[in-house]
Design a protein around this ligand. Sequence first.
Ligand code: ADP
Ligand code: MG
Length: 426
Amino acid sequence: MSFKSLGLSEPLLRAISKKGYETPSPIQAKAIPPVLEGKDVLASAQTGTGKTAGFTLPLLHYLSENPKQKFRPIRALILTPTRELAAQVYANVKEYSEFLNLRSAVIFGGVNQKPQIATIRQGIDILVATPGRLIDLQSQGALSLKRIEVFVLDEADRMLDMGFLRDIERVMKLMPEKRQNLMFSATFSKEIKKLAYSILNNPVQVEATPENTAVEVIEQKVYRVAKSKKTGLIIKLISDGNWKQVLVFTRTKHGANRLCEKMKKAGISAAAIHGNKSQGARTKALAGFKSSKIRVLVATDIAARGLDIPLLPHVINFELPNISEDYVHRIGRTGRAGASGEAISLVSADETTYLRDIQKLIDTKIPVEIVEGFEPDPNASTEPIKQGQNANRNRGRNSNSNKSVKSKNSNRNKNRNRRRNNDKRN
Ligand code: ADP
Ligand code: MG
């Protein structure tokens, strides 16, 4: 299978080879043909499997092969849940369209809207946007979606998790009824199917499950440790192991900041990434981490999800997530593309229930170790940190992205509420 045999045009093939891709990934091979045929498509495949090119390449092909002369109304809209993802998708659009006569722009909140409006005014074919800023600029009359021919909903599961359903519905009303719709998602839950049903017309459904699922190639380890000794232990692990690119998860924004400061004091370059950080700070942190200038990136779940940070050797859960499914998403950041990785969790007594639930979800007993000098506190309570939030933990949302992850029970509403609470914190 080659990109050429998928029927993509010469300028696209040139951009693809410039990017260094040799063969289409499984989800690309499955999604590109029906998108090229103009069909509505629902595609699901794990994070990191190349979904962006799966919709961008055929979209660019269509737009360039069917040019609109004279003026440029916005013909394609790509909706993504976060600023980082919007920027990432936009960067891809730019790269793949390098040899085509197409113009694109990206808009998201948290930055000055004036330059965004100015770019749109000049005429663009493709708009990458987050829902908030899109609706904002549309209602100001700065842009029109009346000429949209292709609508892409990227990271659809994340969109739902972040509570963007209403916004999506609003955006849909702004577009002409006759259009092509594409929906891409990492997971394939009942909610996603429901959303797909309301957005897509006779969709072709494609899925790709990697042979080696994440959990199987990731070496998981739990360190039992006293809560007060976690910072000391994480610094020791990173220093002793001389680990270079470490993604650390904390449960709260403040926790992320605090840990980041302590790391820096210990001489380990670190940056935090979460919802309270300015766009500039987040972009800078991510760039520093990717280029290995920053050794440790401390993130909350929301901030990290969907980010394209390839092949991380080490992921550390400074705290376990209270939603078991987030554990799977977190450790999915290591061992991507089949390379092996290590996922470490620092677990204090009050996280015992979380650990039990996670092990139940992934159907695996994670090996436990204790490091001398960082022993768990024998007197600490095993009660979860916040009572009342823990009922019906981790049920439902069966993620298709992982074979070995089994969701045994379903209690979606409660889970969604918990998630909403979590989002506020992130
Ligand atoms: P997803 O949206 O599925 O999480 P991305 O589209 O962000 O994945 O792609 C993940 C990484 O894989 C990116 O770094 C991208 O450049 C790379 N990639 C995508 N397609 C290919 C390909 N065909 N060959 C090699 N690398 C690819
Ligand atoms: Mg993606």
